[in-house]
Design a protein around this ligand. Structure first.
Ligand SMILES: NC(=O)c1ccc[n+]([C@@H]2O[C@H](COP(=O)([O-])OP(=O)(O)OC[C@H]3O[C@@H](n4cnc5c(N)ncnc54)[C@H](O)[C@@H]3O)[C@@H](O)[C@H]2O)c1
Length: 395
């Protein structure tokens, strides 16, 4: 099939490469001309996609990145994979989704299948996409992306894919497309079910992470190890699922998607109280970390050199969106510490560059592979947010 993927970020490039690998002819459309140039010269910006793999797909003619809207015309399938952030009031910002829908309305004259993979609340495909593209009778389906960046066990191929369509022909066409590179397709009765399933999955994670974050604080105050309790509880073979505490949540999904659900919940008059409380607990974790670091340093970190180690939101990825490391660094500075950060994967961030791993105090926020343990432990005091360094303070 001739396919266009609108948005060549984490999700869009992954789907583009996987579908191109299955033999489709794929245009990776993105408004970022710099990114398009980089991709066409064979440079991937995603950890899970190697330059050589991207290069071979370009060479075989199966993949081409473009900023030219005319490339969308004549595609059998057009997938939308654009950002769905929150605005200043933490309400859904669908401006990127609307722009993608308008792009299709203005540039596509032949009937096609339009699939939305961007995460949003139930009703988005029907009300925010299909209703904006009313000039042509296209097929419409929702197939929320479940990619977990950096996860080597679960990828596009073996993660079951949900499909909900506005009509049976839309579901059939989406099944034909996704079935060519995904092992398991699960049809649901409407796009709203697929959309809601995705945000409920992420809300489940957000709420459970908040629960263990709160529990870790209770356990510490009781003088027992929260992590040992969680490991012990996880020996129960049924009815328990292990989540681990940390310095907060980050990335494009867990801190953001639940607020999309809360938004529609409020509209229908059912307050999403768990989501609100989970946000509060997770957003307060950096303050808890800094308070523990101060306590561990005799009540003050003023004028101490502190190195924050690992500033991306998760191990072995360079993504710093919504990373709790930002608040940890800001709060350490507010308390008078001289703060640098060390993360060779991230390199440059917030106008600063990665610094050597040394200081009076080290706060390990995210542990990438290849961490220089000797350098970490040479710091006078270590606080570990990852639960992987024995014998030091941490959560
Ligand atoms: N990153 C993840 O782990 C993940 C996982 C599952 C679902 N999602 C969801 O997938 C969607 C995309 O997320 P992402 O992480 O890939 O975002 P991203 O920021 O990595 O990439 C989005 C890309 O879309 C481009 N773009 C923006 N507006 C555009 C437009 N009008 N036309 C063409 N291109 C446009 C941007 O230039 C950018 O390259 C979001 O809804 C997100 O919640 C993300």
């Amino acid at each position: 099939m001739r396919v266009a993927i609108i948005g060549q970020g984490y999700v869009g490039l992954t789907i583009a490469v996987d579908s191109a690998g299955a033999g489709h002819t794929v245009v990776g459309f993105d408004v970022n001309a710099e990114l398009v140039k980089k991709l066409n010269s064979g440079h991937s910006h995603i950890e899970g996609i190697t330059n050589s793999h991207l290069g071979s797909l370009i060479e075989s003619g199966n993949y081409l990145a473009s900023s030219n809207p005319s490339t969308l015309e004549g595609c059998e399938v057009i997938v939308i994979a654009v950002p769905t952030p929150l605005d200043d009031q933490r309400n859904p910002d669908l401006s990127f989704v609307h722009a993608a829908a308008d792009l299709i309305a203005e540039n596509v004259q032949s009937p096609t299948l339009v699939v939305n993979e961007s995460t949003s609340y139930p009703g988005t495909l029907r009300r925010e996409i299909a209703s904006r593209i009313s000039n042509i009778e296209h097929l419409y389906a929702s197939s929320p992306e479940r990619v977990d960046p950096g996860n080597t066990q679960w990828g596009t191929k073996n993660t079951p894919r949900l499909i909900g369509g506005l009509t049976p022909p839309a579901v059939a066409k989406a099944r034909e497309f996704y079935g060519s590179f995904c092992d398991t397709i699960i049809e649901v009765s409407s796009p709203e079910i697929a959309e809601a399933a995705k945000i409920f999955e992420n809300t489940f994670r957000q709420v459970n992470i908040a629960l263990v974050n709160e529990f870790a604080q209770i356990a510490d105050a009781l003088g027992i190890s929260g992590r040992e309790v969680i490991s012990a509880a996880a020996t129960k073979p049924y009815g328990f699922m292990e989540f681990n505490p940390g310095p907060g949540v980050g990335g494009h999904c867990i801190p953001v998607d639940p607020s999309y659900l809360a938004h529609v919940a409020n509209q229908v008059g059912v307050p999403a109280t768990f989501i609100k409380r989970a946000n509060e607990v997770n957003l307060a974790m950096p303050a808890y970390v800094v308070q523990r670091v101060i306590a561990g340093n005799g009540g003050s970190i003023a004028s101490k050199s502190v190195v924050v180690v690992g500033v991306s939101y998760k191990a072995n990825v360079a993504d710093t969106r919504e990373t709790p490391a930002a608040a940890v660094i800001d709060l350490l500075r507010e308390n008078g510490a001289i703060v640098s950060w060390h993360d060779d994967l991230v390199g440059n961030w917030r106008g600063e560059t990665t610094a050597p791993l040394k200081g009076d105090v080290a706060v390990l926020v995210t542990r990438h592979n290849g961490l220089d343990l000797a350098a970490l432990q040479a710091c006078g005091y270590v606080f570990d947010c990852t639960g992987t360094i024995a014998g030091v303070d941490g959560i």
